[in-house]
Design a protein around this ligand. Structure first.
Ligand SMILES: C[S@@+](CC[C@H](N)C(=O)[O-])C[C@H]1O[C@@H](n2cnc3c(N)ncnc32)[C@H](O)[C@@H]1O
Length: 286
């Protein structure tokens, strides 16, 4: 079989089974086993597939056919241009979440004060690590303290590994716990992409939702229509006065949840929505 036939034949199988990006999935899996880049796959489309590689590819393909996400099969996922290690203990980083990273970096104003930045529910660490990498590129002489926490010990292990891989392990203090903040500190930026999906809204039999069964439930689902933890976090920030005067909170939410934030927390915060209401920025009212 030629490379081009492998790509066409196997992506057709995925297509017939209702997969959303069949060609890309097959390309990524075959690139992984063959070591050929996507450009190589075009220039070498007429070359015969190596038999050993075909066997390896078929093993990975059968996992994908059962809807295991490509990122888990390959063990990594690109986020903000960086390749993060992922496994079944962490949410696969989503494209929309990259917007939070840019918004945080764009919101930083140099005023001589040390900035405390924390991410609650860090998962793979992709958000806080990407923020650090961008900040280090732009604000060389400026002082920041970075913190990240998660309820999942296994997720934190992945976040720590990623922080080592990207050489920022000495810059982040990790904590484990339920909406955990380090004691006696206030923050300039609090970032959270907490689980916000209502479990009953997902139908695992639908083709485009089958992949979700592989991701950790603790990373995806929450009660009260997905709003429970977001509400708990905002109450905690208010009650424990965790935000500095000019500080901001950045949240990724489900569509519609920003209205609830406005209803329930409008007295405390000025609230702006971005990216089709999926990212919410809150600033304490003075
Ligand atoms: C939607 S994932 C986000 C992961 C990562 N920040 C990202 O954007 O890709 C939510 C994360 O929140 C964590 N989490 C769930 N409940 C939590 C809680 N009560 N306190 C802290 N973290 C929690 C999960 O373990 C998971 O890693």
């Amino acid at each position: 079989m030629k490379n081009k036939d492998l790509l066409n034949n196997y992506s057709n199988i995925l297509l017939k089974n209702g997969f959303e990006s069949p060609y890309l999935d097959v390309e990524l899996l075959f690139s992984f086993v063959s070591g050929l880049s996507r450009v190589d796959l075009i220039s070498k489309s007429e070359e015969e597939v190596d038999k050993k590689n075909l066997k390896k590819f078929e093993k990975l393909f059968s996992r994908r056919l059962k809807h295991e996400p490509v990122a888990y099969i390959l063990g990594h996922k690109n986020f903000c241009g960086l390749d993060f290690k992922v496994n079944k203990n962490v949410l696969i980083p989503r494209f929309i979440t990259e917007e939070i990273v840019d918004m945080v970096v764009d919101s930083i104003r140099i005023d001589g004060n040390i900035k405390n930045i924390i991410e609650i529910g860090t998962g793979s660490g992709c958000v806080i690590i990407s923020i650090i990498k961008k900040i280090l590129n732009s604000f060389v002489d400026f002082k920041f303290n970075f913190f990240a926490s998660d309820i999942s010990f296994r997720a934190l292990k992945v976040a720590r590994e990623n922080s080592k891989y990207f050489c920022v392990e000495n810059k982040i203090k990790f904590y484990r716990g339920n909406l955990k903040f380090p004691a006696n500190k206030k923050f300039d930026f609090i970032i959270a992409n907490l689980p916000y999906v209502d479990f009953d809204s997902v139908d695992f039999n639908k083709d485009n939702q089958k992949d979700l069964q592989f991701e950790p439930k603790v990373a995806l689902f929450e009660k009260d229509n997905g709003f429970y933890l977001i509400k708990k976090l905002l109450k905690k920030i208010i009650n424990k006065k965790l935000l500095n005067n000019e500080g901001c909170i950045f949240l990724e939410v489900e569509k519609g949840q920003s209205d609830r934030i406005k209803e329930e927390f409008g007295d405390y915060f000025n609230i702006e929505e971005f990216f089709d209401d999926r990212i919410v920025k809150l600033k304490a009212k003075s």
